[in-house]
Ligand binder design. Structure first.
Ligand SMILES: NC(=O)c1ccc[n+]([C@@H]2O[C@H](COP(=O)([O-])OP(=O)(O)OC[C@H]3O[C@@H](n4cnc5c(N)ncnc54)[C@H](O)[C@@H]3O)[C@@H](O)[C@H]2O)c1
Length: 447
């Protein structure tokens, strides 16, 4: 962050969604149109409904976040994106069966007018899908350049001032970081030579950064987290964020695990299982895509519980995550968590959590918040990985010299203090200034 002078959100903000016709994207879009028409409230959206405390506790000053920081207005968003099937958003939303007929009809006109651009797709990376509406090119480099052309034309066509690109497309097969991801030179060479470790999501990410557009990765795929693309984002002054929207089971995990640690309760096992029947569930039924998701879901508890610091409590727990594709459930995922814990003198106890959620309903407001915050970051001269947006991700991107922050409430504090800092307000530390006032005279802080 070089300066906290923030460029105003004047003009139109283009939002390009990869996977425009997916369950999350269509639910998000229908919701935006409903909110704009006054049919619904933006429930779940921090940027639209959240508040932020400014100043001392006694000041009683809690503005809405959207009144405190200069965010783009919903009226200034212009949508577009890519898909691998030639359907309108309306047909796709009907297929997803997330929304009822009334909600679909309320947004029908706008959804019907949204037609995707041809995507860059390769079935080797998403085994369970077939692309029938895809770009052609001899090399990955050529395909990446075509995505860049799309971004440029979209900007020109709609006279946009700024563009944000968000990946809400399917999870790709697991690809660990390898030499080709490490430097920009190797990555460019790799694109030209069709290196198998370069997946379509990396091409979108690279193209967005090259066009100066912030890029958000809502899936667990490596994508923009390839070190070469992060370096490129820093070089181009472009903010990037990811990975994997934190919506259901992991959201709950990142609240329960800090609770156990706060009370020094031990953990002997955590078994998490899910059933879901949407297209995402079908894609994750492939072992390669599941491995990508599993890595993302598994990392969370270890990093919160810090077994190395608390070996007596967390050294030896068994952690298992299952996702089962079960078509009758559609988008209405059911998650079970069985948590075996122990307390004073090692006596065992159990926690059971059964979350009957709706995947896309939980994800849609996050999509909105990420778009608006990524645009804010760009206008605030922030670049590279935006760790303050960790709140929204299962597997937050972070620089190699730090561990990721998973605890939901620390993530929230990071986010709000970043907003305060951007607006030249003091961060809130929650220090008890009454109790230790004589020790902290030199600090400016609020309790
Ligand atoms: N719903 C949640 O709670 C949640 C939480 C975390 C992460 N995610 C991730 O978000 C992503 C989207 O989820 P969803 O439920 O909307 O899935 P979905 O299957 O309904 O939608 C994904 C869309 O992406 C399209 N697509 C796939 N590859 C593409 C490519 N290369 N270019 C353009 N389009 C492409 C597919 O055709 C599909 O329409 C998935 O990766 C999922 O794992 C979802």
């Amino acid at each position: 962050m070089e300066s906290n002078i923030i460029q105003k959100p004047d003009g139109k903000l283009g939002v390009l969604i990869v996977g425009l016709n997916g369950a999350i994207s269509t639910t998000f879009l229908a919701g935006i149109y409903a909110v704009k028409k006054g049919f619904a409230k933006p429930i779940g959206s921090l940027t639209q409904m959240g508040t932020i405390r400014i100043g001392k506790r006694s000041d009683n000053n809690f503005p809405l976040i959207k009144d405190f920081v200069p965010l783009a207005s919903l009226d200034d968003l212009v949508f577009g994106g890519w898909e691998i099937r030639d359907e309108s958003c309306y047909e796709a939303a009907k297929y997803a069966k997330v929304l009822n007929e009334t909600d679909l009809n309320n947004a029908a006109e706008e959804l019907k007018s949204l037609k995707p651009m041809k995507g860059v797709f390769d079935q080797n990376y998403v085994k369970r899908l077939t692309g029938t509406y895809v770009k052609e090119g001899k090399t990955k480099y050529e395909l990446m350049m075509k995505i860049r052309d799309d971004i440029k034309s979209f900007k020109e066509l709609h006279s946009l001032d700024r563009v944000v690109v968000i990946w809400a497309a399917s999870t790709e097969t697991f690809i660990p970081v390898s030499e080709v991801h490490k430097t920009k030179e190797a990555f460019i060479e790799g694109m030209k030579n069709n290196h198998p470790d370069i997946s379509p999501s990396m091409l979108y990410a690279y193209a967005a950064v090259a066009e100066g557009a912030p890029y958000i990765n809502g899936s667990p795929s490596l994508s923009v987290d390839a070190p070469a693309i992060v370096d490129f984002a820093n070089e181009m002054d472009v903010p990037v964020a990811g990975k994997d929207f934190k919506t259901g089971q992991t959201l709950v995990k990142t609240v329960i695990a800090p609770m156990l640690k706060a009370r020094l309760l031990g953990l002997s096992g955590w078994f998490s299982t899910n059933i879901l029947g949407n297209r995402d569930g079908e894609v994750l039924d492939d072992p390669g895509s599941f491995k990508t998701k599993e890595e993302s879901k598994l990392s969370v508890i270890d990093s919160i519980l810090q077994p190395d610091l608390y070996p007596d409590l967390y050294d030896n727990y068994y952690h298992k995550v299952r996702i089962n594709y079960y078509p009758p459930r559609g988008d209405n995922k059911e998650g079970w968590d069985n948590i075996d814990i122990f307390g004073w003198l090692g006596y065992p106890m159990e926690l059971k959590i059964n979350f009957l959620c709706r995947d896309s309903i939980l994800a849609a407001p996050i999509v909105l918040d990420l778009i608006l915050f990524a645009d804010l970051a760009k206008r605030s001269n922030m670049k590279g990985i935006q760790e303050w947006m960790s709140l929204f991700f299962k597997s937050p991107m972070h620089s190699p010299d730090v561990v990721p922050e998973h605890d939901l409430f620390i993530q929230m504090m990071k986010l709000k203090n970043t907003l305060r800092k951007l607006m030249n307000e003091s961060p809130i530390t929650h220090l008890d200034t009454n109790g230790v006032a004589h020790r902290i005279e030199d600090f400016e802080c609020y309790d």
